[in-house]
Write a protein that binds this ligand. Structure first.
Ligand SMILES: C[S@@+](CC[C@H](N)C(=O)[O-])C[C@H]1O[C@@H](n2cnc3c(N)ncnc32)[C@H](O)[C@@H]1O
Length: 206
């Protein structure tokens, strides 16, 4: 495992301790919280698709932030030990999943999130390419299932196609931004690309 991409020494840092104390399933929750507080991802939306949702802290955050109107669907290739209350969990690989299975009876989602990360190999170029493939697929799914005006957040390792993928988001959303939350380890090459105000209309609804 690459020291630069997955620094085990910081896994038990203050965000990890805070998450434990506050009952969140992962420290990753503070990345989404910071992104949401700055960029109002959940404003007005209540149907959320979370790609790569395990162990489930982003779903917990969405549930708390949206409240009782929340409709939450999470996908992960690994089953969740403690699925957050109220979320429908689909176990599968994002690269092969049929998006109709994610939608179920819903006509569309308001928000698509992806915190997916590849299994890191330590070979930076390979890890970047795998992250780019996951991000591209998350963006593709978002364009298939989002309602007009919907929002997108996707994790992406900085690599050769970083700008191209950021531009792809900007072409599909009214606003596109890249952020590095404070709780994202400085040593990590992960960034989050945000798209707000989807310009299209999901094409897969039931
Ligand atoms: C950093 S974790 C997500 C943490 C989550 N946001 C939370 O707050 O609990 C990344 C997840 O992406 C999932 N993942 C990676 N590749 C995937 C794929 N091809 N299909 C589905 N899930 C994938 C992993 O299984 C892992 O659970």
């Amino acid at each position: 495992m690459s020291k630069r991409l997955d620094d085990r020494s910081t896994r038990h840092d203050r965000f990890h301790q805070k998450a434990k104390k506050e009952g969140f399933l992962a420290r990753a929750v503070y990345k989404l919280q910071e992104i949401d507080e700055k960029h109002r991802i959940f404003d007005g939306g209540h149907r959320v698709l979370d790609l790569g949702c395990a162990p489930g802290s982003w779903l917990q955050y969405a549930n708390q932030t949206i409240g009782e109107r929340a409709v939450l669907v999470g996908l992960d290739r690994a089953p969740l030990d403690r699925p957050p209350t109220g979320a429908r969990i689909v176990v599968g690989d994002v690269l092969t999943i049929d998006v109709k299975e994610l939608l179920g009876d819903l006509p569309a989602f308001d928000i698509v999130l992806s915190d997916m990360a590849p299994d890191t190999s330590g070979v930076r170029s390979m890890d970047q390419a795998r992250s780019e493939a996951l991000f591209e697929r998350a963006l593709e799914i978002a364009t298939l299932v989002l309602a007009p005006g919907g929002n997108f957040v996707g994790k992406l390792f900085q690599g050769p196609d970083f700008k191209k993928l950021g531009d792809a988001v900007r072409s599909k959303f009214a606003v596109g931004k890249t952020v590095k939350p404070a709780s994202s380890r400085q040593i990590s090459i992960e960034q989050y690309v945000i798209g707000k105000g989807f310009r299209g209309q999901g094409v897969v609804g039931p």
